[in-house]
Design a protein around this ligand. Structure first.
Ligand SMILES: [Ca+2]
Length: 482
């Protein structure tokens, strides 16, 4: 610190030495030759500079000496210190050396042991692996052998079975072909026989009508029939006249269904006011009442029979809604009428289905519950409580909407059942019973015939059908009591 201060003081003296002659030069230039004066001054300045430099050298030497002294002092101090700590340091150093050599020794031992253990483990693992591998190999070989034997067995079995199936199929195809041929031959024979019979019958009828005695009998019969039909027409018109002249007030007096008609009334066509008394959404309608058979009280809602000319049932929604056909012949009463009659919940209806096959065998099915929903709900069928001897073929159609060839409301996604079977029915997907099928028969269309699948022995065709409804007994008695 003292050396620094000194050093800055020396510099100030040096600058003063250099600048002093310059000031003297600037004062005297005006009196003497300036060049000589300058040269002289330069020489003086040179001399002064040299002396200043020598002085600076001296100062440097002094500083070096001082530095030497300082280092000597510091050496002395450090020597004094080291004298005190030498023993300790040497002790520490020897201890460190010992520790290092011991550590090296230990590390070497640990390494040796590690490598030994590793070698042992590797050996053990290898032997174990070899054992496991050999076991796996042996079991794999065993399994392969088993699989091969099973495969060969299976192959031989499959070959055997394939051969058997081929043989059986060939035999079956042969039999089927024979049976088909026989069936076609029988069918052709039957068709020609039916044609022959029909023509024979027509000839006989013609011949008999040509004979005078038979002709008179026939004429008599025809005239009696005509008489009967004219009386029937007269009666119908009188009934119609009664209904029309008396207006809505009289319609309330009309029966709601055929069961409301007076006891011992004869079966026939009657006018009905459907729905709840006093609330009629449509005018009075005609219905055929079966008041004698099966306990009477029946409103007939459908009839099929081989009555010529045969009635076609391949009709659209509009006709199935309002009804079609003749009340004395084949007819469909109409879905709207069925809804109007069975809709009000104060009366529970039962349905009776009468069936007859072409040989005159008869069966029946009774459903203790029958209801037809409104048009917005597709005239959905609701039936239940089957009894009878025909088998329950209609329950399959429970809860199904009505479909026609021009309206698909069935549950078959890819089939339009009404179009397929060419008639209206409560198809599901598609049918277990269809009482609106075709009478016409050929090989291509036989599946479209009127059918009731549960009747044993009758697969396809039922020429005579009657569907009729009436309120069930309990409700009848309630109505009478009311
Ligand atoms: Ca469909």
């Amino acid at each position: 610190m003292s050396a620094g201060l000194w050093h800055s003081g020396g510099l100030v003296c040096l600058i003063a030495l250099i600048t002093a002659p310059l000031d003297v030069l600037s004062q005297k230039t005006a009196k003497t030759n300036p060049l000589i004066e300058i040269d002289k001054r330069l020489h003086e300045t040179e001399i002064r500079t040299e002396s200043a430099v020598s002085e600076l050298r001296n100062v440097n030497q002094e500083m070096a000496t001082l530095g030497d002294q300082v280092s000597q002092l510091s050496d002395t101090i450090s020597k004094q210190h080291s004298c005190n700590c030498d023993e300790l340091t040497s002790l520490i150093e020897s201890t460190q050396q010992q520790c290092k050599s011991r550590f090296k020794e230990l590390a070497g031992q640990v390494k040796e042991q590690e490598s030994e253990v590793e070698d042992r483990l590797n050996q053990m693992l290898e032997t174990q692996l070899q054992v496991v591998e050999s076991r796996i190999n042996s079991s794999h070989n065993e399994m392969s052998a088993q699989i091969t034997s099973i495969n060969s067995m299976l192959e031989s079995s499959i070959q055997e079975l394939t051969f058997q199936v081929k043989t059986v199929r060939g035999k079956l195809e042969h039999y089927i072909g024979r049976v088909q041929k026989q069936l076609y031959a029988h069918e052709r024979k039957l068709s020609s026989r039916i044609d022959e019979l029909e023509s024979e019958l027509e000839k006989q009828v013609d011949q008999q009508s040509d004979r005078p005695d038979n002709a008179s009998a026939l004429n008599e019969l025809t005239s009696r029939l005509d008489e009967l039909f004219s009386r029937l027409d007269e009666l119908s018109s009188r009934v119609d006249g009664l209904g029309n002249s008396s207006g809505p007030a009289a319609e309330t007096a009309l029966p709601r269904d055929c069961s409301d008609l007076p006891a011992h009334s004869p079966s026939g066509v009657y006018r009905l006011a459907l729905g709840l008394p006093g609330i009629h959404s449509q005018p009075a309608v005609q219905a055929f009442c079966d008041l004698e058979r099966d306990g009477g009280g029946w409103t007939v809602i459908q009839r099929r029979a081989l009555i010529k000319p045969l009635l076609g049932f391949n009709r659209g929604w509009a006709e199935y809604k309002t009804g079609f056909g003749q009340p004395h012949g084949e007819f469909w009463w109409g879905l709207e009428n069925m809804f109007q009659m069975t809709g009000p919940t104060d009366r529970q209806y039962e349905l009776r289905v009468n069936l007859a096959d072409s040989k005159g065998n008869r069966r029946h099915a009774i459903y203790g519950h029958f209801r037809v929903d409104n048009e917005a709900n597709g005239y959905r069928l609701s039936i239940g409580n089957y009894t009878g001897d025909a088998g329950d073929s209609l329950m399959y159609h429970n809860d199904c909407m009505f479909s026609t060839p021009d309206k698909d409301q069935d549950m078959a996604k890819r089939i339009h059942c009404g179009r397929k079977f060419r008639t209206g029915w409560w198809y599901r997907a598609c049918q277990s019973a269809n009482l609106n099928g075709q009478h016409r028969y050929n090989r291509q269309t036989k599946y479209r015939r009127t059918t009731w699948n549960k009747w044993p022995g009758v697969n396809y065709y039922i020429p005579e059908v009657e569907m009729k409804i009436r309120p069930i007994k309990t409700t009848l008695s309630e109505t009478t009591a009311r």
